[in-house]
Ligand binder design. Structure first.
Ligand code: HEC
Length: 338
């Protein structure tokens, strides 16, 4: 009898432990990649206010967050028109709210964007924003390539996409083509006027529908493209605060998926007319400041680890005293630290 009681208690304990790790939703038991796929899956889905685009592109951009308002809520004005491409950095409401929260818990501490004098005059000076960003804060950066509608539908656009294989960086040369019905003249945008390039031996043609794309609306311009042309998502970063740590993740398009596709959820689909296109992106993720994380899109970010570099670029240093304050090792908020 006694033994049986012990067995029941042990069984119950196992159930409770399992339930706890499921409800905590993660990190203790999951690999960084598993957590990264799951968190990404949630933010590539369509969300308001802009239909047809992934949730993370709807997050506020710095121009909407700074200067912080009197009543900081970190929310962008959903009614305000916005050119999606004038900024590639986005902050979810939790992250945006912290960016406009008080610098520290000190009495009268002003919001981050006008706290420099307060910090400089305080003794001792805080070495870190307090509290740090909360769990559930997310940051994103998007990298686009433009594809103009060609006058001749047989034309396309050559792009060189950096991809990773093992520890190596390779480049895939492809030609992005637009199905004729997608580039035909439209009443709001007029006829296509891009020149485009013909097919070439050895270069694979890829339909634009294998990417997440956005069609530019009247008045929108981006890097030589205008109304009716396309911006194609070639890569993106998502950075998540998970149980007190930053999870650095980076996604890139690759026509030939390899180990970086591993663990992708079976139903990894997102916003846009081709929800399946999101399954063409592969991913690398880490919590650690060491080790390579693939990141070839911004020249200034090449060859270094996300976490290690962000630790440096996210501090403000007083030139005279040498004292420093850190913005939780993630955000370039210091550029707004006035
Ligand atoms: C060599 C340094 C460096 C490396 C490496 C680096 N970054 Fe950055 N990152 C920066 C700087 C500097 C900025 C701000 C640039 C600006 O304001 O124009 C930035 C901005 C960002 C932003 C926009 C939000 C913000 O306020 O910081 C995100 C998201 C981001 N990086 C993610 C990543 C990820 C993910 C990686 C790794 C795959 C990475 N970064 C690697 C230096 C780096």
């Amino acid at each position: 009898m006694k033994r049986r009681g012990v067995a029941i208690v042990a069984g119950l304990a196992a159930v409770l432990v399992t339930a706890a790790s499921v409800s905590m939703g993660t990190a203790a038991t999951e690999s960084p990649r598993q957590t990264a796929w799951k968190l990404a899956e949630a933010v590539i889905k369509e969300s308001s206010p802009n239909r047809g685009i992934p949730g993370f592109l709807n997050w506020a951009i710095p121009r909407e967050i700074f200067p912080c308002r009197i009543q900081p809520n970190g929310k962008s004005d959903p009614a305000a028109p916005r050119d999606l491409f004038d900024e590639s950095f986005h902050y979810n409401p939790e992250a945006a709210a912290r960016l406009c929260g008080p610098l520290t818990r000190g009495p009268g501490a002003p919001p981050l964007d006008r706290a420099l004098n307060y910090w400089a005059g305080s003794h001792p000076r805080a070495s870190m924003i307090e509290p740090p960003f909360p769990d559930g804060a997310h940051l994103a950066a998007a990298f686009w390539s433009t594809v103009r509608r060609p006058t001749d539908p047989h034309m396309g656009k050559f792009v060189e996409l950096p991809v990773r294989s093992g520890a190596q960086t390779l480049s895939r040369r492809i030609r992005i083509t637009i199905p004729p019905q997608m580039s035909s003249p439209s009443s709001s945008c007029g006829p296509p006027n891009g020149q485009g390039e013909p097919a070439m031996a050895g270069v694979t043609d890829v339909s634009i529908n294998d990417f997440f794309w956005i069609k530019l609306k009247p008045g929108e311009r981006y890097s030589g493209a205008s109304c009716g042309d396309f911006a194609v998502l070639v890569a993106f970063h998502l950075v998540h605060k998970v149980q007190g740590r930053w999870l650095w993740t980076t996604f890139w398009w690759d026509s030939e998926p390899n180990e970086f596709a591993a663990g992708r959820p079976g139903n990894f689909i997102g916003a846009g007319e081709n929800p399946q296109a999101w399954r063409k992106y592969v991913m690398d993720a880490t919590y650690e400041p060491t080790g390579a994380v693939f990141n070839p899109w911004r020249i200034e970010e090449r060859g270094d680890n996300c976490a290690r570099c962000h630790k440096e670029v996210t501090s403000y240093k007083d030139d005279t005293t040498g004292e420093q304050i850190f913005f939780d090792s993630v955000t370039a908020a210091r550029t707004h630290f006035n």
